[in-house]
Design a protein around this ligand. Structure first.
Ligand code: FES
Length: 149
């Protein structure tokens, strides 16, 4: 497969997640909720996760945003569902590295996430792609802070 074909494939994966988002909506009994916006455009994301004993048993997202931000949220929820919060944070770090153009390790469990790799070439869109992951990080830090106090 040459690079153009790969690019086309990645584009269609992104559009599929945008048009058929996985895990869209809200959980009634979420134990971790997060709101975050992208300051550059005002688009928002809302996460509700059900976390039990450090394990993400269910994950949903809601919000309004561009195709990249919504596709990324769909991919993120799919990737972290069933994982520990610790693993989810590691996934988030690998995603950030990919966006920064650094060496990264996207594991098989992370599903379609690598389809966003091309966004690293467009600095203005990186915040779109990282919005859901930053929200996950914020929620995790807040949750851990609450449990420690
Ligand atoms: Fe707002 Fe992408 S333009 S999140």
């Amino acid at each position: 497969m040459n690079f153009n074909n790969l690019d086309q494939l990645y584009r269609s994966v992104i559009m599929d997640h945008y048009k058929n988002p996985r895990n869209k909506g809200k959980l009634d009994n979420g134990t971790m909720t997060v709101d975050m916006n992208n300051p550059t455009c005002g688009d928002r994301i809302h996460l509700t996760f059900e976390v039990k004993d450090g394990l993400i048993e269910d994950a949903k997202f809601d919000g309004e945003g561009c195709s990249i931000s919504m596709a990324s949220a769909s991919m993120m929820t799919e990737a972290v569902k069933g994982q520990s919060l610790k693993t989810a944070m590691q996934m988030s770090q690998e995603f950030s590295k990919m966006m920064l153009g650094e060496d990264y390790n996207i594991t098989e469990e992370m599903g379609d996430v690598e389809a966003l790799q091309g966004v690293s070439q467009f600095p203005a869109r990186i915040k779109c792609a990282t919005l859901a992951w930053k929200a996950l990080e914020k929620g995790t830090v807040e949750k851990e802070g609450k449990e420690e106090s």
